[in-house]
Design a protein around this ligand. Structure first.
Ligand SMILES: [Zn+2]
Length: 262
């Protein structure tokens, strides 16, 4: 009896649950680190807003047009600061996510191959390929981050501009800015979780395929959505499973049915 046959179905199911929980923990750590960066960045921008209002007061501007606003020194400074802040948040997100995905991909593949008794030459070949591949979802996570950054920047500038021109006070502008930051963080958090799940599921599936696993069981979360509920507990040949995750924030995965323990 080989080493892999001694492990039963319960072992593989618990292993997948544990791995999923590990991926969730890693994603949460990245998201929490991002939240700190977002808070510091928001604080820096509120100072720019104060400086802008000081200039408005100084010049005695009451009814203001967009052209008046564009002529203010501190408005130019604010625009520049918004671009800089969003740029550095996105750069940090891009780097952190790349590192996380590589870690998940290589870690999952390596540990699964070890558990399934596959040689390490295959692992290193997979590593090289996985690291070179950054495209998980049609549009690469990096492109997605910079696309989101662009939308974030446009939203912030449009909100600030319209509130300042319509004579709102600085507290209102800051409140709106905070909401915009919240929307962007949610987007970033969802991207981290979805891409992590994709990296994990891809590496897991590749490792099962490499080990010659024919069938797997769909492991859905307790409170999964209707899309995933249709697959819950289903045992099928490997190629018939949909690519996971099926939707953002989905935490479903597949468990290999290891020969001899059906
Ligand atoms: Zn799901």
């Amino acid at each position: 009896m080989t080493r892999r046959e001694r492990k039963n179905a319960k072992y593989w199911r618990e292993r997948a649950i544990e791995q999923e929980a590990g991926i969730d923990k890693l994603s949460t750590e990245v998201s929490e680190r991002m939240a700190k960066q977002y808070r510091r960045s928001f604080k820096r921008l509120t100072r720019e807003i104060d400086a802008l209002y000081a200039e408005i007061l100084d010049k005695g501007l009451e009814a203001m047009t967009r052209t008046d606003l564009y002529n203010l020194q501190h408005y130019a400074a604010l625009r520049e600061a918004v671009g800089r802040e969003i740029g550095s948040l996105s750069e940090a997100q891009d780097g952190a996510l790349k590192e996380l995905l590589e870690h998940i991909t290589v870690g999952t593949y390596e540990s699964n191959c070890e558990a399934l008794g596959i040689g390490f030459s295959m692992v290193s070949e997979y590593q090289a390929k996985a690291i070179a591949t950054e495209n998980w979802s049609g549009i690469s996570f990096s492109d997605r981050i910079w696309k989101n950054a662009n939308g974030f920047n446009l939203r912030v500038m449009e909100d600030v501009e319209s509130l300042v021109v319509s004579g709102k006070n600085p507290a209102t502008v800051k409140q709106k800015l905070m909401e915009d930051y919240g929307v962007s963080w949610n987007e970033a958090d969802r991207l981290v979780r979805t891409e992590s799940s994709r990296a994990y599921n891809k590496a897991a599936r590749d490792s099962y395929t490499a080990a010659g696993i024919q069938e797997a069981e769909y492991l859905a979360e307790e409170d999964c959505c209707d899309i995933c509920a249709k697959y819950k507990g289903r045992k099928m040949p490997m190629p018939e499973f949909p690519e996971l995750p099926m939707h953002p924030n989905c935490r479903c995965t597949i468990v290999p049915i290891v020969e001899g323990f059906r």
